[in-house]
Design a protein around this ligand. Structure first.
Ligand SMILES: [Zn+2]
Length: 320
């Protein structure tokens, strides 16, 4: 792993983060990533920040916020300072989006998802989002003209170029990504003026002073977008650690709709949270008893033995 502080004689503290999105029950995949994030910070004497990524107004609700907090506490994870709720930071994050527009790095866009799909002759199969064809790039002189011409509120899209992004991930090694190939110019502000995920993450990571991002490998694909935004905003780049995904016996990623492995279901079934912690520790090659507290693992923790391969979730023996 590259020591990003190697030229700095007095490196600042490690600041990690737990950033659940309260849109459903947390499951063992989330637990795995959160416990690793917590150990990564605590084992280096660092701080842990908590952030609720609750910008999805349709799905995020207070019940899920409370449930996420209960799940983290059940696992024995704590955090420093107050919880940050992204829904309370809409204005400052929006302002960053408009600043990127003012500096010519983002442009107004009135395309809906179906507009984007229709503009493509052959959408790429299997991708979450089709590559944006650039319909609105250079189309409007300013926001007012865009809104007048579209007859509706417009979103903002970050303009990407054909540069290759290279970044280091402590688990995946050197990664390369061309944003023009995937996903093209991407939304930073939605047409309903809600900041988009990628922008919110980088603005709030910087706001919370996060130095180390530990999260699931499904977000590896987002990293180049986030680095592009960090560089455009002249914000520091954190170290990245994308931990393996947890998959079921058929190799499918655990999903929030799959309640059997939700932490609430495990708790209700009388599973000891120390079994969950032991499972996470053993997944990283650590030798621990079958029940262990999160605190007890801190001193022996290292990400060094973690490999990128997905981990199959075998927990049947917990119920015996
Ligand atoms: Zn557009």
């Amino acid at each position: 792993m590259v020591d990003r502080n190697s030229t700095n004689p007095e490196p600042g503290p490690v600041i990690g983060r737990l950033a659940p999105s309260p849109t459903g029950s947390l499951h063992l995949g989330h637990a795995h990533a959160f416990v690793l994030a917590w150990w990564q910070a605590r084992s280096r004497g660092g701080l842990v920040r908590l952030r609720m990524e609750d910008l999805d107004a349709g799905r995020a609700n207070q019940q899920h916020v409370d449930q996420s907090l209960r799940d983290l506490e059940w696992l024995g994870l704590d955090w420093d300072g107050p919880m940050l709720r992204q829904s309370e930071r809409l204005e400052p994050i929006r302002e960053v989006a408009y600043s990127l527009h003012r500096s010519g790095l983002a442009y107004a866009c009135c395309c809906s998802r179906s507009d984007v799909r229709q503009a493509l002759a052959a959408p790429h199969a299997g991708e979450d989002e089709p590559v944006y064809p650039g319909t609105c790039r250079g189309r409007f002189a300013d926001l007012r003209q865009a809104e007048r011409q579209c007859g509706a509120p417009v979103g903002l899209r970050f303009a990407v170029d054909s540069r290759e992004f290279r970044f280091h991930d402590s688990i995946h090694g050197e990664c390369r990504h061309r944003l023009d190939a995937n996903p093209g110019d991407f939304l930073i502000l939605r047409r309903d003026r809600t900041p988009a995920y990628q922008l919110s993450v980088v603005v709030d990571d910087a706001f919370q002073g996060v130095t180390d991002v530990v999260r699931g490998a499904d977000l590896l694909d987002s990293t180049a977008r986030q680095i592009a935004l960090l560089r455009a905003l002249n914000l520091p780049e954190p170290s990245y650690h994308h931990v393996p995904l947890i998959v079921d016996t058929e190799g499918r990623r655990l999903a929030k709709r799959d309640n059997s492995r939700s932490l609430t279901a495990l708790r209700d079934a009388g599973i000891d949270p120390r079994q969950v912690i032991s499972w996470v520790a053993r997944n990283c090659g650590l030798q621990v008893p079958s029940r262990v507290g999160a605190n007890e693992v801190v001193s022996s923790f290292t990400l060094a033995n973690v490999t990128p391969s997905p981990i199959e979730c075998r927990i049947d023996d917990w119920y015996r």
